[in-house]
Design a protein around this ligand. Structure first.
Ligand code: EPU
Length: 433
């Protein structure tokens, strides 16, 4: 298993290009199953989660090929609507196949995804929505069996105790586009990734009104066709480089950073004293010299609120900001696995329920740390660059699920980050894996 060795030291300088968004590309690949016609998807990031998705689509009978870096052709002439445990267990997001299978095949058999380190991730809202649309659902042997022969448009409410559900909205949308009659999704998620999915579905012939709002109106059609679609840039990746520059100092142009998707972050960074210039609708320029940062309080919320997927990275920045900052999780109240690892690097953080109370320290020190999930990995790597001395980060396979070439992009900005085979770990760290 590969590991990262990081020698601390900033600043970051240069230009970095943001890749296509993982959380848009996954449901977009799933949406290709809604038609027997060819679909071409561009700007697809090279990530292990996308490779798992390709494996699952192929296992169901779709033909999938890549014709150049980032461009994929998918055609699902034949479709066996079964997503087996061996594949689904590798990636929770495979649950987004349920909507298209029910929409097109009027049935689906999909393994339940199982546990997740960022906390409980129920799918009750997905199931309630499908039942309201006339589906019969059984759970047997760890599999969900959905019988959608009476799939019918209806009014759905997708709000839960932590807000609306992103993948639940994607699933209901993809079932509704081929259902009889009209479906109204109330309290729909309005994340940019959902907007991107809606735009692709419209290209395929779907009839959707209210795109980008909390109320989607979908009139089912008999058939969808193929399309060409380019995945939107990854706002979380962009936000990670923005936070990294704020943390390490320097001067970085982030290409593919759309300010309209990042307002909650930019607003908080402005309060913290970080200078971000919106150069165009697609480029954000961040500069920080020796200015002292100010602490901020953050509450994660569904879009357009502050994204939970940037909370860990922000925690690292606040760990080095003088004063007391409070980061509260409202989306995944247990998503604080990065905290004990940041503490190992000298961060002063205490937990109070779903809030991290972060008291800024003068410096972090390099240490061996374990990545627990995707965003925690990015936070620890940035912390390692900001820290004194050497940091080893293990279990970086979490990182490779969602950040394309993170180490190479950071090296391009001047950071000293190496990807090494696990055998290079110093002896005293060789115990695990
Ligand atoms: N929830 C329920 N019931 C449901 C569905 C969700 O209670 O049926 C709760 C969840 O437990 C959570 C909240 O509602 O507390 C939001 O969950 P949501 O369904 O919106 O999350 P998701 O669709 O499973 C996506 C992203 C996550 C991102 C969240 C929130 C994908 C593949 N995943 O997850 O991304 O954190 O939305 O924005 O799109 C990541 O990229 O690191 C990541 C975890």
């Amino acid at each position: 298993m590969e590991v990262f060795r990081i020698h601390g030291g900033g600043p970051l300088e240069g230009v970095v290009e943001v890749s296509g968004a993982k959380n848009a590309a996954l449901p977009i690949f799933a949406a290709t199953l809604l038609t027997d016609q060819p679909c071409r998807i561009d700007n697809v990031p090279d990530l292990s989660d996308l490779r798992f998705m390709v494996e699952i689509l192929e296992s169901m009978g779709a033909s999938v090929d890549q014709d150049e870096a980032g461009s994929w052709n998918v055609q699902a002439n034949k479709l066996n609507p079964v997503a087996p445990y061996e594949l689904v267990r590798k990636m929770r997001a495979s649950i987004c196949l349920m909507g298209p299978l029910v929409g097109r095949c009027k049935q689906a058999e999909i393994s339940l995804p199982g546990g997740c380190v960022i906390g409980p991730r129920p799918i009750d809202l997905h199931l309630r929505g499908l039942r309201k649309m006339g589906c019969a659902i059984d759970i047997e042997g760890g599999y969900l069996r959905v019988d959608g022969k009476h799939l019918q448009g209806t009014r759905l409410f997708l709000g839960g105790r932590h807000g609306s559900t992103v993948t639940g909205t994607a699933n209901m949308l993809m079932a509704a586009v081929l259902a009889d009659g009209e479906t109204i999704i109330d309290s729909a998620a309005c994340e940019p990734e959902i907007v991107d999915l809606c735009q692709m579905l419209v290209k395929m012939g779907a009839q959707i009104d209210g795109i980008g709002s909390h109320e989607l109106h979908i009139r089912g059609v008999d058939k969808l066709g193929g399309c060409t679609h380019s995945v939107l840039p990854d706002r979380i990746e962009a936000g990670t480089y923005i936070i990294g520059t704020a943390m390490l100092g320097g001067n970085v142009r982030i290409q593919g950073a759309r300010d309209r998707h990042l307002n909650a972050l930019l607003d908080k960074l402005d309060d913290a004293g970080v200078h971000a210039i919106i150069e165009s609708s697609d480029v954000i320029h961040v500069r920080r010299n020796s200015e002292q940062l100010r602490p901020v309080d953050i509450i994660t919320l569904p879009f357009p609120g502050f994204p939970t997927d940037l909370q860990a990275q922000m925690c690292g920045l606040m760990a080095l900001t003088p004063g007391l900052s409070i980061l509260t999780e409202r989306v995944y109240p247990h998503r604080f696995m990065h905290v004990p690892e940041l503490q190992r690097m000298g961060a002063d953080i205490s937990m109070e329920g779903a809030s991290a109370i972060v008291k800024g320290v003068d410096h972090l020190s390099g240490a061996p740390v374990m990545a627990s999930d995707l965003r925690a990995s990015a936070a620890l790597i940035l912390a390692g660059i900001a820290a004194r001395d050497e940091t080893w980060v293990q279990r970086i396979y979490h990182l490779d699920r969602g950040y394309e070439n993170f180490d190479a992009k950071l090296r391009g900005l001047g950071a000293n980050v190496e990807r090494l085979p696990g055998s290079e770990l110093p002896n005293f760290l060789q115990v695990e894996s």
